[in-house]
Each structure stands twice: as C-alpha cells, then as structure tokens.
Design a protein around this ligand. Structure first.
Ligand code: GRF
Length: 181
C-alpha cells in the first residue's frame, strides 16, 4: 500500500510513522502533504521523502483538486492525517472513501475539535486518551478504529502532553500496520 501523510505542524507522528515504515517495511510512505510551512517538512526532507506545500488560499474544492492531483501522481492508496489542521472536503472524501484516517488527542466522542487535551485536563478527567478514526464529513465524528488512554494522576499538562504524544506514536504505528499490511 502506498501511504501519504498530511501534516501542518511539528510532525512527530509523521516521524514515528516514517521510522516504523523504514524499519518494518509494511507499506510505502510516498509523500507528505502540508498546507503550511512546518517542521514536518524539514523532517521529510531529512528522510528524503517527497513533500508538497500546497496553497490553500483558494476555495476548498480547488485546493483539494490540487492535492488530489499530487496523490494521483504518486499512486497513493491511503492517507493518514497527523496534525493536519484542515477539514477534509468532499473532493478528497469521495476519491478516498474509507481510506483516510486521523489521530485525535481525546477519547472520542468526548472533546471533538480544537484543544481537546487541554479541555480534558481542565475538566480533571481521570483518564486522558487518544483516538484513531476514519475521516468523514464531520469534525472528528468518523468511525473509531482504536483508542488508548493513560491515567491523569496529578501531573502537569506539559508532562501529560509528552506522554500522550508517545502514546499516539505507538498507537498510530500499530493501527497503520494492521490496516496496511
Ligand atoms: C497530535 O496531538 C494529534 O493528535 C493532533 O495533532 C497533534 C500533532 O502532533 N491531531 P505532531 O505534529 O504529529 O507532533
């Protein structure tokens, strides 16, 4: 399977996915797509993975047509969103039905949308977790594939964030291995 990762930020999940694919060869990581200059692009560059920065200052369907063109050029079969700060529209959803997944830092259906981890922390939830789900038209509403959590036992938000990221990297790799092999 030929995988594309979409990212908008630090790209630590992209890095974890790339490292695991290089190590275990369960898929081909063919491209990284970004909608803004971000550290994920630098990571791709170091790994010699083709990366594209696409201009999203146009209508969503036009932007997604550009994305689609790049995906087709690289014969992409499957897409993993990893900190990609954009809603996926019908152009991509129709072209990749049930083939786009996302990682979200909450135990969905709780805390859809932005600042999910902060909200769980502020509410003093006893379990803090993450979800990997299929992407549909809604925001973080698609079918859940996998979840994992850690106890929230009085640590700082920074420490929890660190742990949540480590958990994300593990669960994303494990899930992709299962789906793509
Ligand atoms: C992760 O916390 C993920 O759950 C969310 O965005 C963050 C991306 O982190 N969707 P990174 O860019 O992979 O480091």
């Amino acid at each position: 399977m030929r995988l594309a990762v979409f990212a908008s930020g630090n790209g630590s999940n992209f890095q974890a996915i790339a490292d695991s694919i290089i190590r275990d060869k369960y898929a081909e990581l063919v491209i990284l797509i970004c909608d803004k200059e971000c550290y994920a692009m630098e990571r791709a560059s170091k790994l010699d993975i083709p990366h594209y920065l696409l201009d999203k200052s146009k209508k969503r369907n036009e932007y997604e047509q550009d994305v689609l063109e790049v995906l087709k050029e690289h014969n992409v079969d499957f897409i993993a969103l990893a900190g990609y700060m954009n809603i996926i529209g019908t152009t991509l959803l129709d072209a990749y039905e049930n083939k786009i997944i996302n990682i979200h830092p909450s135990l969905l259906p709780k805390y859809r949308g932005l600042h999910a981890l902060e909200r769980a922390f502020e509410n003093q939830d006893t379990e803090i977790g993450i979800t990997i789900h299929y992407v549909d038209k809604g925001i973080d509403t698609g079918k859940i594939i996998a979840q994992a959590s850690i106890p929230n036992d009085g640590e700082t938000l920074e420490k929890l964030e660190e742990k949540i990221h480590a958990l994300e990297h593990k669960l994303y790799v494990k899930t992709l291995k299962g789906l793509l092999k």
